[in-house]
Design a protein around this ligand. Sequence first.
Ligand code: IMP
Ligand code: MG
Length: 178
Amino acid sequence: MTVGNVLITEDEIQDRIRLLAAEITKDYESRDLLLVGILKGAVMLMADLARAIELPMDMDFMAVSSYGAATQTSGVVRIIKDLERDIEGRDVLIVEDIIDSGLTLNYLLKSLSMRKPASIEVCSLLVKEGLQRAAVSCKYPGFTIPPDFVVGYGLDYLGLYRNLPYITVMNEEEIAAV
Ligand code: IMP
Ligand code: MG
């Protein structure tokens, strides 16, 4: 099954993740690394990235909603599932699927910073070009992409296509047909 126009292949994703993981491994040596995956979009990246990081580390997850059923962000962020444990004094690395408007991460960074982590950084598989409404510094970006609606490798449209191992651009007809 191939959906849409493939933008980033499975091999390209996996190669990039290995490089990001090598950087993270170097940067977090002797620290208290906690990966915080943002459900559900970041599950694929979380699983592949964590396995490529060669350090002792911990994982936790949060779920937030910002989109509802639209392909445009609403700017309203709600925590649906919070972290299980306290992050005070820990080196938090937020793992996200995509930075679009930046509103979701901007909100998360503010709210998690108040819990006094030792440090907080962001790893996002994708960063959309030119659309950020909130400035978010992403220390570990995977790929910069044009401002199209993409699915695959965790990213969905109405809950579909998360399981595609590549990133693909959905065209208008395909979106309308769902
Ligand atoms: P932001 O708050 O606008 O940066 O958007 C954050 C969230 O919107 C992401 O974590 C995704 O879940 C979703 N999102 C943004 N762009 C896309 C896209 O192109 N495809 C699928 N989901 C997207
Ligand atoms: Mg998401």
